[in-house]
Ligand binder design. Structure first.
Ligand SMILES: NC(=O)c1ccc[n+]([C@@H]2O[C@H](COP(=O)([O-])OP(=O)(O)OC[C@H]3O[C@@H](n4cnc5c(N)ncnc54)[C@H](O)[C@@H]3O)[C@@H](O)[C@H]2O)c1
Length: 383
């Protein structure tokens, strides 16, 4: 059976997401499974062409994984004879410039979110990709997580009846960096470097709500910088200029109210780092990254408010787990495989740069809402 090699310029593989989720858990995992079988009988073999700023780190990664191609020059990487796809997992501020260069070089583009720092730029990238006729995609990994796939199953089955509301809790304590090292890169806490909770997480909430529940129609956001000073990777104290928490209320089509708290200054009293509770007339569910539990209306208890007595029921134990009913692969890898099929075989692919721009739109409107203290409509986006 013939093998088709497809070169993927991978930028940002020295970073957290680029290395672990995209290179190791997606592209190298696809190679470990023998490549990606295509419908025409061929096998697609992804060939990473690593690009970045630090030659030493790139060489080390290439050697560790037996990879042949790496360079510190984006132009050189894009000109590589095998290169067909450009992938970007750099810091957000470096993204637009590199994607523009990739599209100009005629490469298909796949990128981490947010696809750009502003809506204008995000839309411009989507337009440039469309006009150049290149395939394009934005990472929307949460849609491919087991917990949210199980939630989608419930939605598709009509389990909820009429969906009334969504409540999301996301976050955990990110150490300040003084007495324990921070577990996230410091740029995330500086606005001038593309950081901030809204810019990071509202793109996720946009595609989760749009795709699983109903399109987002308005946003009200309140932000805070709870920890005003942090310590960076070099041990230097810096002012945290970006929001480290965002409290958002979103109106969705069909009258659904969604409320999502996102915070890096919260301690976890949940089963998972993100959880969404969906309440509907016929049932409710709580979905996390891996699990999803549900309660049908027929199994709903009838609590009576009486603070004089201890709780009479164990509410948490009354929920049932949605069964796996199959195997779930890594969400990033699943989306990579869909994108690679799209590029190699022209299969449909929904999660493109226009969808990515919707996430940037919600982030931009969220930041404006917080600055102005008012609810803002989310207009429909077209190219
Ligand atoms: N899909 C998700 O769940 C998810 C999660 C975290 C981050 N992200 C996104 O992935 C991207 C990378 O985030 P990360 O947490 O991996 O960051 P990171 O700091 O760990 O990695 C950043 C990468 O960008 C490179 N880079 C290029 N120019 C740079 C510059 N001027 N300053 C610093 N680094 C520069 C670094 O060398 C490194 O390879 C961001 O756009 C972020 O929004 C997505």
């Amino acid at each position: 059976m013939s093998r088709k090699v497809i070169g993927i310029v991978m930028n940002g593989v020295t970073g957290r997401m680029g290395y672990r989720q995209h290179l190791v858990r997606s592209i190298l995992a696809i190679r470990e499974q023998g490549g990606l079988p295509l419908a025409d009988g061929r096998t697609l073999w992804p060939e990473p062409i690593l690009v970045g700023r630090n030659a030493h780190k790139l060489k080390e990664i290439a050697e560790q994984h037996g990879l042949e191609h790496w360079t510190t020059s984006l132009d050189e990487a894009l000109a590589h004879p095998l290169a067909e796809i450009y992938f970007d997992a750099q810091v957000t501020t470096a993204r637009e410039h590199a994607i523009r260069a990739a599209i100009a070089a005629g490469k298909h583009v796949y990128t981490e979110k947010p696809t750009a720092e502003t809506l204008d730029s995000a839309l411009e990238l989507a337009r440039l990709a469309r006009d150049a006729g290149v395939c394009n995609g934005a990472v929307q990994d949460k849609l491919f997580l087991p917990g949210l796939l199980k939630l989608k199953r419930l939605v598709d089955s009509g389990f909820f009846g009429r969906i009334l509301s969504v409540r999301g809790e996301f976050g955990y304590w990110v150490f300040e960096g003084d007495w324990q090292a921070a577990q996230r890169p410091s740029w995330n806490y500086r606005t001038q470097d593309g950081g901030g909770m809204i810019l990071d997480m509202f793109p996720h909430w946009r595609y989760v709500l749009d795709n699983l529940i109903a399109p987002v129609q308005s946003v009200y956001a309140h932000t805070a910088t709870h920890i005003p000073e942090r310590v960076d990777e070099q041990g230097r104290t810096y002012p945290a200029t970006a929001d480290d928490a965002a409290y958002g209320i979103f109106e969705l089509a069909g009258g659904v109210t969604a409320q999502i708290n996102s915070s890096w200054a919260v301690r976890v009293d949940r089963d998972e780092l993100v959880e969404f509770q969906i309440d509907g007339t016929h049932g409710s569910a709580v979905a996390g990254l891996r699990n999803c539990r549900f309660q049908h209306r027929a199994a709903t208890p009838k609590p009576v408010w009486n603070p004089d007595l201890p709780a009479t029921e164990s509410f948490r134990s009354q929920w049932q787990q949605v069964p796996d009913n199959g195997e779930f692969d890594n969400g990033f890898k699943v989306q990579w495989e869909l994108f690679l099929h799209h590029v190699a075989s022209g299969t449909a692919y929904h999660w493109d740069l226009l969808e990515g721009a919707k996430g940037v739109q919600l982030a931009e409107l969220g930041l404006r809402s917080a600055a102005e203290g008012r609810r803002l409509d989310v207009p429909e986006l077209t190219l």
